[in-house]
Design a protein around this ligand. Sequence first.
Ligand code: ATP
Ligand code: MG
Length: 224
Amino acid sequence: MGDPATLGTARAPLADGMIRVEIKEKRFGRLPVLSHVAFEVAPAETVAITGPSGIGKSTLLRIVAGIDKEFAGRVDTPARIAMVFQEPTLLPWRSARENLTLVHPGLTRAEADAALARVGLAEKAGDFPGQLSLGQQRRLALARAFAGRPELLILDEPFVSLDPETAETMIALTEALIKEARPATLFVTHSETEARRLATRILSLRGSPATLAPHAVPIKGVNP
Ligand SMILES: Nc1ncnc2c1ncn2[C@@H]1O[C@H](COP(=O)(O)OP(=O)(O)OP(=O)(O)O)[C@@H](O)[C@H]1O
Ligand SMILES: [Mg+2]
């Protein structure tokens, strides 16, 4: 497997582009974390996942991303998946630009610079991740995810631990990038406001082992 930012290439492309998740059970050793969790995400649809800490949200995302294959059930996703992790997983001894070009070998230097400029990091192309603020690292992770032109974008709490102003900038940026690239998007958040702003539906994990709350909360009704 290559870098965690680009995953899922081993999977066959789907005829209709629908993402179908049907998990029967996921356990870590003797600890059952997820029981029946089934949902679909349509192409270009954005779905939020909420639930208390430790319930299994990151576990679910890792299964959908294809990183964790140790579960009972079935997941059908498109081939091009990008995941932005809870903590930015950047290459520490590579520049911001190289964090894009090494992960996406087809990306030219000019394209990488354009992707950095798009997230407001034009001046930071030569800097190492350690020289960037947390908000800037998050934006770099976002640029890296979108540079792979994902059909499915998975975001694990991308706006957490940022001050309100930086969080707002990140949300607006993510919203704009999603509108431009139109991937199917699955994201975890603790914030009802974020969920309502970005998603068309909210899926709520409940219980131990976790399942989805009976009814997904529709937000904007019909998919865009
Ligand atoms: N690699 C692992 N090995 C063993 N147990 C694990 C592993 N990863 C997660 N768990 C357990 O699975 C449960 C769900 O963890 P997970 O990280 O999915 O929660 P979460 O909903 O993402 O929480 P948070 O909101 O705090 O990020 C927890 O009880 C956790 O301890
Ligand atoms: Mg988590």
